[in-house]
Structures are given as C-alpha cells and as structure tokens.
Write a protein that binds this ligand. Structure first.
Ligand SMILES: C[S@@+](CC[C@H](N)C(=O)[O-])C[C@H]1O[C@@H](n2cnc3c(N)ncnc32)[C@H](O)[C@@H]1O
Length: 235
C-alpha cells in the first residue's frame, strides 16, 4: 500500500464513527468558537456563483455559505461517508436546491468546471497540500479565491500550556460523554502539534502563482485562516 493510500485509510478510520455527533461535539468542545471561525470565513467570501467546500464533513460551512448566498451553486466533497450522510440528510430536510455532495478525496477532485470560491475547514493538517493546491488552482475561475482554515499549535509558551491543559481536560470529559470521540481526542493534539500547514499552504499558493496571500491568526493562536486568489487586487 502506498503512503497516500495508508494515510487515506487512516483518515477514514479516524472519522468513521463520529459523523452523527460531530455538529454537537465541535460546538461544545470549541465552546461555540467554531461558529465564530466559520463566520470569519464567511466574511471573506464575496458574492459568488459557484463554490467548492472541500472536506465539507456534515456541511456546517457548506450550508452557512448557501444561507448567505442562496443563489450560489455549492459542491461539498468529503472522504468519509458517515459525515456526508449527515450533510445529505440536512440538504433533504432544508430542501436545499443547488447543493450537491461528492464522496472523494479532496486532493483528487477535479471536475472540469470553475469555482469562484474554494473553502476548506479543518482539512489542511491532514492533506497533501501541494497536490491539493495544484488542483484548486486549476478549478479556480480567473477572479477566484481560496480560503483555508484549521487549528494551529500556538507559538507562545503560555498558549502552548493552555493548549495542553485544554486537551488534558477535554480527553476524559469527551471520552465519558462521547465514547466514539475518545481516540480522536487523543490523536488530534498530536496531529495539530506536528502540522506545519500554514507554511505548506502559503508556499503552495506562491508556487501556484496565487496572490494576495494573507494569514490571520484566530483565538489565542488556536486556529488560522489563510486566503489567496488569482486576482491582482482585492475584490
Ligand atoms: C473535523 S471534520 C470538518 C468538517 C467541516 N469542514 C467542518 O468544518 O465542519 C474534517 C473532515 O475532513 C475530512 N477529510 C479529511 N481528509 C480528507 C481528504 N483528504 N479528502 C476529503 N475529506 C477529508 C473528514 O472526512 C472529515 O469529514
């Protein structure tokens, strides 16, 4: 098995049991801050016609974008079926038109249509960034923009201590109330500590010739948004 195939199997396994409780857990375990981060991402999305939400999961961001721009056509892509099942159910309940979901690895998704905006939340630390960015660049329309969001390991010693303390408390509490999250809460801080996704994303954006690359640190250095686009000046 290749390294990429192994990584994908690991990801599918990592997320397989948690789709149905994801929305509740992400909201509770970030103390609602995930909603603020999503709002921040939304504030960076200009009026658009076609949007691609990579690693859409249960569609939290996907439907928030649809809610902001009801006429836009939006595609969510994810590798984990149990998360997509929740997203598809939401689309049925909301009778959402112009929202579709595709089961695929984000790095391999390359339809021959252009997107004005590509978003992704919590994917960068798991992704093959150069491959992902290469395909995103091919899919972006001439004025297209891309917005990445994920957790970050703080650089400040004090905030590193807060990060470690948070997971020390979250692990037993999470395992008690949501046993299916036990392993995720153990592995997640390791993945975050190891990841250098901001540098990887900004480097890959530059390699692909994207401009206006900005990095915004969020909430006690706990996350960041990196964006860039094909345009010369901000829209
Ligand atoms: C923590 S969830 C975030 C879901 C959603 N973006 C959100 O913010 O609510 C992470 C998602 O990334 C997906 N994922 C991880 N690696 C992926 C990859 N290489 N391709 C597609 N999806 C991936 C997982 O299946 C999971 O649904």
């Amino acid at each position: 098995m290749t390294q990429l195939a192994e990584k994908r199997d690991w990801i599918k396994n990592f997320f397989s049991e948690t789709g149905s409780s994801y929305d509740e857990v992400v909201n509770r375990f970030t103390f609602g801050i995930d909603r603020l981060w999503k709002k921040k991402m939304l504030s960076k999305i200009p009026s658009c016609k076609k949007v691609l939400d990579l690693a859409c999961g249960t569609g939290i961001l996907t439907f928030a974008i649809k809610n902001k721009y009801p006429d836009c056509e939006i595609t969510g892509v994810d590798i984990t079926e149990s998360y997509l099942a929740v997203a598809k159910k939401k689309a049925e309940t909301l009778e959402s038109k112009g929202v579709s979901f595709v089961h695929a690895p984000a790095e391999d998704y390359l339809p021959d249509k252009g997107f004005d905006v590509v978003t992704t939340s919590y994917l960068p630390k798991y992704a093959d960034i150069p491959r992902l960015m290469h395909n995103i660049n091919k899919m972006l329309t001439p004025k297209g923009i891309v917005i990445f969001h994920d957790f970050t390991y703080p650089t400040s010693k004090l905030l590193q201590y807060t990060f470690e303390l948070y997971f020390k408390c979250a692990q037993p509490v999470g395992a008690f109330y949501y046993p299916e999250w036990k392993d995720v809460l153990i592995e997640l801080p390791k993945v975050i500590r190891k990841s250098d996704w901001i540098s990887e994303v900004t480097n890959a954006m530059s390699e692909e010739g994207l401009r206006n690359i900005t990095v915004e640190s969020l909430t006690l250095q706990g996350a960041a948004i990196v964006s860039g686009g094909k345009f010369k000046t901000l829209p």
